[in-house]
Write a protein that binds this ligand. Structure first.
Ligand SMILES: Nc1ncnc2c1ncn2[C@@H]1O[C@H](COP(=O)(O)OP(=O)(O)OP(=O)(O)O)[C@@H](O)[C@H]1O
Ligand SMILES: [Mg+2]
Length: 261
């Protein structure tokens, strides 16, 4: 892997996290340049969510270092948290607030004034197509609406780095377009984005960089053109298949179903 000197938004080195006998993240190296849109890809159980939880300080690592915009997460976790916006895989929202109140609350928690928090909440409700639902309690939100509210909440303090763990999960086709456009606009404004997704077309369309993880190790990472060139293929999907393997055929299995008819 080529080492470059460009300034990094996220610099992870030797990151390790064990759950009992299982090493979920295994000496991980990760370099996300400032302003990159980084697709963090890998199969189920590869260690993506665990890595993101380590970045946000939800878990303490067993070894390794995490730096966000040059700040060491071990030394200045609060400062790092302030620079990050996070949409976790498992959402935990306040059910008894309205969407509008929830966003305003998140803004206040990040130190915004009441009027600033309200103004941003309003703008984010519109941007995530939740305006009509702004006065409804979170408990009344559908799964996709919750996901969109969580995305809005992650952006309320205008973080320089946004981590999104499968933000498209459960979102309808129209809303996928809304969220995709929102992320593209953030990226154009210089926000660094790390996105995990199993939808490789979305990654291919949005990302400037990608990293592919398996068994807690980064198999390869870099700018998309560099990855495709290195693996002598023409798409991110093909890079992924080369490193991880193509989906298995089901033809040979399901024998207990017999032949139809
Ligand atoms: N709290 C936990 N306790 C024990 N094992 C865990 C825990 N969280 C994750 N693991 C294990 O760590 C490994 C990595 O899990 P992780 O959730 O990071 O994968 P992932 O890449 O996010 O997968 P997915 O695509 O399914 O979301 C898996 O083997 C998983 O079973
Ligand atoms: Mg996950």
């Amino acid at each position: 892997m080529r080492m470059s000197t460009e300034p990094l938004a996220i610099h992870v080195s030797g990151l390790t996290k064990r759950f009992g006998a299982l090493t979920a993240v295994d000496g991980l190296q990760m370099r996300v340049p400032q302003g990159a849109f980084f697709a963090f890809l890998g199969p189920n159980g590869a260690g993506k969510s665990t890595t993101l939880s380590l970045l946000t300080g939800l878990y303490a690592p067993d070894a390794g270092t995490v730096q966000v915009l040059g700040v060491d997460a071990r030394k200045s976790l609060l400062q790092v948290k302030q620079m990050l916006g996070v949409v976790p895989e498992e959402l935990s929202l306040f059910e008894r607030l309205t969407g509008r109140q929830y966003l305003t609350f998140c803004g206040r928690m990040h130190g915004l004034s009441g009027s600033e928090a309200e103004a941003r909440a309003e703008e984010l409700l519109t941007l995530t197509a939740l305006r009509e639902k702004g006065a409804a309690l979170v408990v009344e939100y559908s799964k996709g609406m919750r996901r969109r509210l969580a995305i809005a909440a992650a952006l309320i303090h205008a973080p320089a780095v946004v981590l999104l763990d499968e933000p498209f999960e459960g979102i309808d086709v129209v809303a996928v377009g809304v969220v995709r456009e929102l992320l593209a606009e953030l990226s154009r404004r210089g926000v660094t984005i790390v996105l995990t997704t199993h939808v490789l077309e979305i990654a291919e369309r949005l990302a400037t960089h990608a990293g592919i993880i398996l068994g807690g190790r980064m198999l390869d990472q870099g700018p998309l053109p560099e990855l495709t060139e290195r693996h002598q293929v023409s798409s991110l999907q093909a890079v992924f298949e080369k490193l991880i393997g193509a989906p298995a055929s089901v033809q040979a299995s399901l024998s207990f179903y017999g032949k139809n008819g």
